[in-house]
Design a protein around this ligand. Structure first.
Ligand code: FAD
Length: 319
């Protein structure tokens, strides 16, 4: 029987929230296609990750646990994924459309000669759905290859809930060829704030912030909500914040309960990355700014008055 195979992402021994969301997508696809649902965990000392995924109703969890997989390399992950996909008769291979998935999945598709759809937002049993032109149109994409490869815009899906049964874990021992790429170092961004795609609250700033120093007040506001700080490309290009904070079409997609846009005009490329937020609040001094078209609550005001007042009000309620 054919299968839908989901490649799990993990960090510090835990499956990512994006993986749980991708499982929701994969479950629906496997039900529509009447295929099995398999998960794949790749890495070294990652048995704990596979254990934690046992409750999500997969038919099988393949575990490729090897010292050669200690550090992530697109080359080796693509090799392992394509081998496992062939062994388990996968008809569809998916993973989250984050930076890792964007990196190794095109190589999987090239290795096995499979068609690929990237950043998909749905599957109707025949075609993938994918937004184009910053979300202005939704394309239906039919792949005619035997195996279909997709990266999934996982923020659109709820994290999978436990399915009751306990999946089998099947360790696989593959001979992993030496990589042509060499791992040099992993520079972790030191932050106590949540990752943008996983945050429940995101406070973002744009060109209206004027400089890097003014982002400190957004950080304070985000910390009061235990949220993340985001930015527009304009703020990133001006080097006020690092580029991993960029939200939007060419940055990160977010789907928090609460998104606050401060001094952001609402260009379509930015809005593409925030429109799955549950509540959007905008502060902009220009009443015609396009951000007000997508905001649930808008304030035509100077952010340098509103944001400090908001911080002071919240601090007062905490004390
Ligand atoms: P602006 O458009 O300059 O807006 C600043 C806003 O701040 C204005 O509306 C102004 O009224 C307001 N303001 C100023 N002072 C104050 C104040 N004191 N109080 C309140 N409001 C104030 N952009 C992204 O964000 N993410 C992307 O991923 C992205 N990808 C792109 C991909 C491509 C291919 C292209 C062409 C562009 C992309 N962009 C992206 C850029 C995008 O088109 C916009 O240029 C950018 O989002 C604008 O950023 P901004 O809103 O900060 O700046």
């Amino acid at each position: 029987m054919s299968a839908v195979l989901i490649v799990a992402e993990h960090k510090e021994g835990m499956p990512s929230k994006a993986t749980l969301r991708t499982i929701t997508f994969g479950r629906d696809a496997s039900e529509m296609l009447k295929h099995k649902l398999h998960l794949l965990v790749i890495g070294h000392n990652v048995e704990k990750v596979a254990e934690q995924l046992k409750i999500y109703g997969a038919d099988c969890i393949f575990l490729v646990n090897d010292p050669a997989l200690e550090t992530y390399k697109a080359e080796t992950w693509a090799y392992v994924t394509s081998k496992v996909a062939q062994q388990c008769n996968a008809a569809m291979i998916c993973t989250d459309a984050g930076s890792t998935g964007k990196d190794f999945m095109p190589r999987v598709s090239a290795r096995i000669g499979a068609g690929m759809a990237s950043g998909v937002i749905g599957f109707d049993g025949e075609c993938f759905k994918r937004e184009m032109w910053a979300g202005s149109v939704v394309a239906r994409i039919r792949l005619h290859t035997e195996i279909q490869v997709a990266t999934v815009q996982s923020t659109l899906f709820e994290p999978a809930t436990p399915a009751g049964n306990s999946s089998e874990i099947e360790p696989l021992h593959l001979k992993i060829p030496p990589a042509r790429t060499r791992f040099i170092e992993f520079r972790k961004t030191e932050s106590k704030r949540p990752d943008l795609p996983e945050a429940n609250v995101v406070i973002s700033g744009g060109r209206g912030l004027r400089n890097a120093e003014n982002f400190r007040m957004l950080e304070r506001l985000a910390d009061l909500f235990k949220g993340a700080v985001g930015a527009t490309r304009a703020a990133v290009d001006a080097q006020w914040v690092p580029n991993d904070l960029q939200v939007g079409q060419t940055g990160k997609f977010v789907a928090p309960e609460f998104y606050m846009a401060c001094g952001i005009s609402g260009a379509m490329q930015h809005v593409a990355g925030i429109k799955n937020s549950k509540i959007i609040v905008a502060i902009n001094k220009d009443e015609n700014a396009p951000i007000f078209r997508v905001a649930d609550f808008g304030m035509v005001a100077d952010l340098f008055e509103v944001v400090p007042a908001l911080i002071a009000a919240i601090e007062n309620t905490i004390e």
